[in-house]
Write a protein that binds this ligand. Structure first.
Ligand SMILES: [Zn+2]
Length: 566
């Protein structure tokens, strides 16, 4: 073990170590050398300290080049955000967005401001490519069309890539503070072979999709994701997804799904996911589990016992959750699936046709078999505009309010906004109740994912900047819903195990040196729906690969992060 005089690159001294396994917290020092951890008995290191907070301490030079004073603080593994849509945000550069990126925490929404929000809440690994949407893969002849779509979906020219290796290479050119892993999005994969069309895949097309998926998984993508409410993923039947999940199973990687319905038909949608997992042999991970809309409120009292029963029967099934009662997605996803057939240009053309608008209005009022129909389950008064770059005054207002102010029908207001914004408007959907969120948070197999959608401009959902401190502050300290060790496990060890992040998510000898130092008495989210990028309180330091990327709650400028090939 470590003797006196050992020199560490970094020493985290005097903290209470919550090691990510769920085991009880214990006082310990943590040394870092060569990007790996050594757990030391408390007080094993000599030298003075510079008081609460952190910084280099000359008196400890015999032990470490740099010291973080963690007295009164918790030292945990870096948080793994298992559910992000941060695929392209680092590729946007500083020029995108409406603000000056001055870093004052006021949420100006620039690319820079968006990138830092994740690491400031303690996230050392983001997993993107969720809900069926990733920046790869595609057949070469489809890449130009894909690039036009990702420009709109991700809020800038972030590109489209033939495979995971191309995606990783693009990110390798942009220094980053934390790590990034990516799933293969089924919607992207489908569009990358068939285009954004509403029809079944032919056998040769399905073979091509399987081959592209296989190649990207072999290169290091984390698994397969679907978003079966979103076009074009929603155009696929169960058998297509089974065939693809079989490829994931061969790689020992999970099938990760945004269920086909999270509202009135959530239980049937869950059973489809179970069937896909059973037939394919892939482990099942249910994304951002919720039972949303007035007809499904309280339904977690049925879905969670079902998940527990499956686990008791030996099935490898887990889920993630974000700690808010509002979701966020694209305004276009409020329209029936046929409206999006053919992609954005086709959608815009339909929105310009009054007869098509009437058809959409009827579909929302009456429902369409197999379609989730968020507005039919809730109402336009629960849908507020998050990002509409050319209509900043609409941001924050509900579609119902905008319609009342204009004396117009809500569908027409939504349609006009979509046309004027080129098809892409982000919305916040106030669709859940607190009891359901708490039940999912408390489920022993539920990990934490922000579902953050970091796009420049507007008022994004505050979850991108607040998720992890909100769980620790509100649900651990204030409400006592979760124990501290349990909550940290959900953010670290459990997540790393699910997604094959070997040697991460735990504090033990030899593990990767990704750490967070936070104040359990002060940690709290500050991001709100009006100030969505405000950094949290109480997250003092973040270490990635042994380098301190956040000190005293501020970025240091270190950029040790990379794309992880799993
Ligand atoms: Zn989703």
């Amino acid at each position: 073990m470590t003797g006196a005089g050992t020199r560490f690159d970094l020493l985290v001294r005097g903290g209470l170590v919550v090691d990510g396994t769920g085991r009880p917290a214990r006082p310990a020092d943590v040394g870092v050398s060569g990007g790996r951890l050594t757990v030391l008995p408390p007080g094993s290191s000599s030298g003075s300290s510079s008081g609460p907070g952190s910084g280099s301490s000359p008196g400890s030079a015999a032990d470490a080049a740099e010291v973080l004073d963690a007295r009164g603080r918790v030292v945990s593994p870096g948080f793994v955000d298992v559910h992000t849509h941060s695929d392209g945000v680092a590729l946007l550069g500083d020029g995108d967005g409406s603000g000056n990126g001055s870093g004052n925490g006021s949420g100006d929404g620039s690319g820079r401001e968006l990138v830092r929000a994740s690491v400031l809440q303690g996230v050392t690994t983001e997993i993107c490519g969720n809900c069926g949407s990733s920046l790869f893969p595609a057949l070469p002849e489809r890449l130009a069309a894909m690039r036009a779509e990702t420009r709109i979906t991700f809020g800038g020219d972030v590109g489209a890539y033939a495979d995971f290796a191309g995606f990783a290479a693009a990110h390798a050119g942009v220094p980053r503070a934390n790590h990034l892993a990516s799933l293969v999005g089924h919607g992207t994969l489908r569009a990358g072979v068939l285009g954004p069309v509403d029809r079944p895949a032919r056998p040769d097309e399905l073979r091509a999709m399987c081959a592209l998926l296989d190649a990207s998984l072999a290169q290091g993508a984390a698994g397969l994701s679907t978003g079966l409410i979103y076009t074009p993923g929603s155009y696929a039947g169960t058998a297509e997804v089974v065939a693809l999940a079989e490829v994931a199973a061969r790689h020992g990687k999970p099938y990760v799904t945004h269920l086909r319905d999270e509202m009135s038909r959530v239980e049937e949608a869950l059973e489809e996911a179970v069937e896909i997992s059973r037939r394919s042999g892939a482990a099942l991970h249910v994304s951002h589990h919720k039972t949303a809309g007035r007809y499904a409120w309280g339904r977690t009292e049925r879905t969670l016992p079902r998940l527990a029963e499956l686990r008791a029967g030996g099935m490898d099934v887990t889920c993630d959750v974000y700690p808010y009662t509002a979701g966020s997605t694209a305004l276009a996803a409020m329209l029936p699936p046929w409206a999006n057939d053919g992609g954005l240009r086709a959608l815009t053309a339909r929105l310009g046709d009054p007869a098509q608008r009437d058809r959409m209005r009827r579909a929302i009022a009456e429902g369409v078999p197999g379609w989730e129909n968020t507005v039919g389950n809730g109402g336009w008064d629960r849908i507020s505009v998050a990002c509409a770059p050319r209509h900043p005054r609409a941001e924050g207002a509900t579609i119902a309010d905008l319609a009342a102010a204009a004396g117009a029908d809500p569908l027409d207001v939504a349609a006009d906004l979509l046309v004027a914004e080129g098809g892409e408007v982000t919305i916040i959907s106030h669709s859940m109740i607190e009891e359901d969120v708490r039940r999912v948070l408390a489920a022993p197999y539920a990990m934490i994912g922000s579902d953050g959608v970091p796009k420049p401009g507007g008022r994004p959902h505050p979850r991108w900047a607040g998720t992890f401190p909100r769980v620790l502050g509100r649900y651990v300290r204030e409400l006592g819903l979760l124990g501290l060790e349990e909550a940290v496990h959900k953010m670290t060890g459990m997540a790393a195990a699910r997604f094959g992040l070997t040697g991460r998510g735990v504090i033990r000898d030899g593990a990767h040196a990704d750490l967070v130092v936070f104040d359990p008495a002060a940690v709290a989210d500050r991001a709100t729906f009006t100030e969505p990028l405000l950094p949290p309180a109480g997250v003092d330091a973040v270490v990635v690969g042994g380098a301190v990327v956040v000190r005293d709650g501020e970025e240091t400028g270190a950029r040790p992060g990379r794309v992880l090939a799993l």
